[in-house]
Design a protein around this ligand. Structure first.
Ligand SMILES: CC(C)(COP(=O)(O)OP(=O)(O)OC[C@H]1O[C@@H](n2cnc3c(N)ncnc32)[C@H](O)[C@@H]1O)[C@@H](O)C(=O)NCCC(=O)NCCS
Ligand SMILES: Nc1ncnc2c1ncn2[C@@H]1O[C@H](COP(=O)(O)OP(=O)(O)OP(=O)(O)O)[C@@H](O)[C@H]1O
Length: 204
């Protein structure tokens, strides 16, 4: 009996992590999307809505959590952010365990975790893949998003482990500072390598 090779996929804001995660999925690798799970649990009738409303009164409405309102309360305030994380992170961990059980027979699975290094998850995966692009490309992508400001971008960057450190600690780096077609080729080659590594493991 073997379990899947667990690949942690991460990268700083705007580096192209979601795009690369979709490429893994298209190649047939099951992907656990931590952000999507958080959104679902914060959405209408989401399981975290009552706890978030009681910890942050006024931050939810009939549509679930207002991410803009909640973001304004927690980004820029480390204690408030920690209070939110204490509600959200254990629920994400439970969903991740369920995903692993569901895909127990896959050779490789990906955990798409934006804060893999920041929250100490790197030791819980077999391989770490970091998605990275030059700082200028990152900046252009992020500032093009609706509602993004220089200040908000600077603040989020300061909360995240620097890209240079992420690259240094990665087992594999996927470069997104190039064309989408080249990035896709790199992902396909990496998937083949990871599947081979999974097969080469001794049975548990
Ligand atoms: C505060 C919330 C509602 C704001 O949502 P919003 O849609 O405005 O922003 P978004 O989630 O896209 O985050 C923007 C950027 O901030 C980063 N970020 C989000 N949460 C954190 C955090 N706890 N620490 C550091 N960076 C963070 C994201 O990686 C992203 O790069 C949301 O980020 C949230 O619920 N965060 C707490 C849960 C969490 O840690 N999620 C991240 C991984 S599971
Ligand atoms: N070679 C490439 N690889 C990946 N993305 C690219 C590439 N070239 C351009 N892009 C564009 O860069 C953007 C990256 O956005 P994406 O949502 O994937 O980033 P992200 O890292 O998931 O962001 P966040 O952490 O903020 O959610 C997309 O609009 C994508 O089309």
């Amino acid at each position: 009996m073997t379990r899947p090779l667990i690949v942690g996929l991460t990268g700083s804001i705007g580096m192209g992590k979601s795009t690369v995660a979709a490429m893994f999925e298209a190649a047939g690798v099951p992907v656990f999307d931590a952000d999507a799970e958080v959104r679902a649990m914060q959405g209408p009738d989401g399981e975290l809505v009552p706890a978030i409303e009681s910890a942050f009164p006024g931050s939810t409405d009939e549509g679930g959590v207002s991410r803009d309102r909640l973001g304004a309360l927690v980004f820029g305030n480390p204690e408030e952010l920690a209070r939110l994380e204490a509600i959200v992170h254990p629920a994400v961990a439970r969903r991740r365990e369920a995903f692993l059980i569901e895909h127990a027979s896959a050779p490789v699975v990906v955990f798409d975790i934006p804060l893999l290094f920041e929250k100490g998850g790197a030791s819980a995966v077999d391989r770490v893949v970091v998605v990275s692009a030059p700082a200028e490309a990152q900046r252009k992508r992020v500032l093009a998003r609706p509602g993004m400001t220089e200040d908000k971008f600077a603040h989020i960057l300061a909360l995240q482990t620097p890209d240079s450190e992420k690259r240094a600690r990665a087992d594999h780096v996927v470069d997104t500072g190039t064309t989408l077609a080249r990035t896709e080729d790199a992902v396909l080659a990496l998937v083949a390598e990871l599947r081979a590594a999974s097969r080469a493991r001794p049975s548990l």
